[in-house]
Structure formats: C-alpha cells, structure tokens
Design a protein around this ligand. Structure first.
Ligand SMILES: O=C(O)CCC(=O)C(=O)O
Ligand SMILES: [Fe+2]
Length: 378
C-alpha cells in the first residue's frame, strides 16, 4: 500500500461556513467532505450532526464477538461443494451479508483498486467537480457527496464517484483516467463471481439461472468508489446512514479501517435480532450482500440486509462496491417457483426503473424502500 497524505490545506484558516454557504461549497461546487476537511475545519458542522437515534456509538453496537462465515468460493469446484452451497444459502437467508475468499480476483488488483480510489479523491476539487451531476462530460460518470443531499436533513460524511458500465470500450473512453483500467478489471471479474453466487442461490429456489435471466437481473452494472474522510467527531456523524441496497447483489471491497455494520434481522448464529454487527475487514476478502431485488425475487427468503457505515477520526476510509441491478425496463416480482413453495406472494410486481425512482426519492431510511412493493395484509 502507498502512504497517503492529505493534501496541504488550501486555505490558511477555516472559512466561516454558514449553512447555505456550506451546502454550496460541499455539494454544489463539488468540494465534497474532503474539501471541507482540507480547508482546515476542526468541528463537525451542524448540517452533518445526526439525530441521536441515528448515531453509531459504542452503546448501540454489539458487545460480543460474532463469527461470520468467510466462504472459500474455490471449494465450490471440489468435494466440499454441497457444504459451500449450504453456507451460501444459509448466509443469504439470515444475515444477507457474507465474505468470500479465493474468489478469483488477484489480491494485487484489489490493492491497486484501493490505491486508485485514494488517488482519485486526493486530486484537487476542480479535477473531481468536472464530473458533478449536470456538468459531467459523460452520463456514465458522476461525482458527488452524501446520498441525496437536497432531501437530507443531516448529510452523510462521504464523497463518491459512480461509474456506469455499458461496454468495455465506453468504460475506457469515459471513466476517469485514474481508475478506469483497474475498475473495469474489478467489474469484469466480480461480475463473473457474482453470477456464480446467484446461480447457487437461484438453484436453491428451484430456478436455473440462464443467460437471459442473468442479463435481466444483473444487466446494469455500476462501480462506485466511496471516500470517507477523517471526521473530528465520528460519534455525531454517519458515513452512510441505514439502508439496504436496491439491486440483486453487491460486491464490496473495503480497506482495513473497518466501520461497516449490518443489522441482524433474525436471531441466529450471527447475533441477536436488532443488533448491529461489524463486518470485519479481512485482507484479500470481498464482502457480498443481498439487495432488495433478490429479496423480492425470492419472495422474502433471501434477506436484503440493512447496513450503515461509521466514520473515524484517524484515517480516511475507502470502499468500492459493484452494484449489480436489473435494467430499468425489467419487471421485478417474486419468481413463480418461490411463490409456489411459499403458497402466497409477499410483493407486487413493478418495473425496476420505478423501484429505483422511489429508492432515490428519499434519504436513507433503513429497509423502508421495500414498502414500495410490499403487500400489506388487510
Ligand atoms: O462503505 C461501505 O462499507 C459500504 C457502502 C455502502 O453500503 C454503499 O455504498 O451502498
Ligand atoms: Fe450499501
């Protein structure tokens, strides 16, 4: 790993931020949280202070060590095949989060990817703000901060860049130079791995994942690079608020800093219902989580996990998710095989595009996104 140094502050003294000024500086002008910190800020501005119940402090974290399965994916091709399938299915049915090793992605690629993320965000603000929504030279690249800043009372302590995949050529043409090659390799290899995992999970539902289904449910691919600058008071802020991912599967590379927490939905090996447990950083591992779409397709059997990210005061953190989602025109609803097994349907059908519009329509609010299709019993 390279050593990272925060850039020399660009202002000798912290500018006096009032609320509007701050929003313009961070969000509209694209300085991001990183620009705010680099300007010499030493206190968390009001706009970033979370209400008490959303803060991530020692009190509402698990106190005991939990053991989460780390799955050796290469064992799917050997005598332990059935055992690995069982662990994958069990993890998807309970926590909705697991980690994989021997996943086929070279460790060096993962290191290069984290380095590329640091390099991108360590650029001066004007290099990043060219990709702001509305001015970006490409519809495939978007740089921003928080989740939906205009709709959020308290902003998230995070900057990001999103890269949408349409083809290899487009990626190499449009994605930022700093990360395009490595991000594309990550996307290609992770997609292949995620397809294997989806095949296993679908088979358990009695569904054979053919090429057209894979294209339907994982047809949109997007790599994000998240950057969480150091925070002077982590107990007052969140890196990402409580949410579930909207798509089918997410593959996530996190660095060694930690701070990703998942809510336990049902009592089980992983912990007690309602408890937040940390997905510990494991070198060389990738985190996989189930998104809302797979929960819907499986008629509620596989759990899209609620998760959130804590900030730290010591070092900037990076994470790089690959979101695999349906294309907007794809209809999502419980698969007939799952409904037949369960004798009833939990969710109504909708177009994924409609689901997405609703998802981005509000600030992060846990798993509320699923209410959009949930059938409520009279
Ligand atoms: O940074 C992380 O570990 C998770 C980020 C996340 O949940 C997301 O981008 O959806
Ligand atoms: Fe997420």
């Amino acid at each position: 790993m390279l050593e990272y140094q925060t850039q020399t502050p660009q202002y000798p003294m912290a500018p006096a931020f009032d609320a509007i000024n701050l929003f313009d500086f961070v969000v509209k002008e694209g300085n991001g949280v990183k620009g705010m910190i680099d300007s010499g800020l030493s206190e968390v501005p009001d706009r970033y202070i979370q209400p008490e119940h959303e803060r991530i402090n020692k009190k509402n974290m698990n106190s005991h060590v939990v053991s989460l399965p780390t799955i050796d994916l290469s064992a799917l091709d050997g005598p332990k095949h059935d055992q690995v399938v069982e662990t994958l299915v069990m993890s998807a049915e309970t926590l909705g989060f697991f980690q994989v090793v021997n996943h086929g992605l070279p460790i060096q690629l993962l290191e290069e990817l984290k380095d590329a993320a640091h390099q991108f965000f360590n650029q001066p603000p004007e290099k990043k703000s060219v990709y702001l929504k509305g001015v970006s030279p490409s519809p495939l690249v978007k740089y921003g901060t928080s989740f939906v800043p205009e709709k959020e009372k308290a902003l998230e302590w995070k900057d990001y860049v999103s890269m949408i995949y349409t083809s290899d050529d487009d990626a190499l043409k449009h994605w930022p130079d700093h990360c395009k090659e490595v991000a594309l390799k990550y996307l290609q290899a992770s997609t292949k791995m995620a397809k294997t995992i989806l095949e296993v999970l679908m088979k358990d539902l009695g569904v054979t994942l053919d090429a057209s289904m894979a294209a339907a449910y994982m047809g949109t691919k997007m790599v994000n690079m998240n950057f969480y600058p150091t925070c002077p008071a982590p107990e007052l802020t969140v890196g990402v608020g409580r949410h579930s991912d909207m798509g089918t599967l997410t593959v996530l590379l996190q660095d060694g800093i930690g701070g990703l927490f998942v809510k336990v939905e049902e009592n089980g090996n992983a912990g007690k219902k309602g408890e937040w447990i940390e997905i510990p950083p494991i070198e060389g591992a990738l985190v996989i989580n189930i998104g809302d779409t797979l929960q819907i397709l499986s008629n509620g059997r596989f759990k899209s996990a609620e998760h959130r990210v804590r900030t730290t005061s010591t070092q900037s953190r990076v994470s790089i998710p690959l979101f695999l989602t349906p294309r907007p025109e794809v209809k999502i609803g419980p698969l007939p095989q799952a409904v037949e097994k369960d004798g009833g349907t939990e969710y109504k059908e909708c177009l994924f595009g409609e689901y997405m519009t609703n998802f981005f329509g509000e600030a992060h609010q846990g798993k509320k996104s699923l209410d959009f299709v949930k059938i409520t019993q009279p």
